[in-house]
Design a protein around this ligand. Structure first.
Ligand SMILES: [Zn+2]
Length: 137
């Protein structure tokens, strides 16, 4: 089985520009930054994505993302950030170890919006909301 690149970074077997680490989570600079200062936050323990991460670890990742995002305007001079998580290949996930992108934003035009409205069909919206509401736990 091929080694997981983010597990290797978490174990310090591969180099990374680490900005924070503790026993549970780690944040480091993306080697292919979408904008200046693009950071990834990962759990140190391997898990695939949103579908299988433990809730406590998920919370820790978002708490760290918040701490990092809040200092980005001062450190980088950005005026906004995007948080992005891809769960599954159909959602652009390429590295199969949970990661949350923190992408500093400097202006509206440096990135393209990832979506345009798929549908404005009011009956479809109502039906989907009803089905999710019924199943949510
Ligand atoms: Zn991994």
């Amino acid at each position: 089985m091929e080694k997981c690149i983010f597990c290797e970074i978490a174990k310090h077997n591969l180099p990374a520009n680490i900005v924070f680490e503790d026993n549970n989570v780690m944040a480091f600079a993306d080697i292919n930054p979408a904008t200046k200062g693009h950071i990834l936050v990962i759990p140190r323990k391997h898990c695939l994505n949103l579908f299988d991460i433990e809730s406590d670890l998920f919370t820790r990742i978002f708490q760290l993302a918040k701490r990092i995002a809040r200092i980005m305007p001062e450190v980088l001079g950005c005026s906004g950030v995007n948080l992005l998580h891809s769960a599954g290949e159909s959602a652009w996930q390429e590295v199969m170890h949970f990661h949350l992108h923190i992408i500093p934003r400097y202006n509206r035009k440096e990135l393209q919006r990832p979506f345009i409205p798929h549908s404005t069909d009011k009956d479809e919206l109502k039906e989907i909301a009803r089905r999710i509401k019924e199943k949510i736990k």
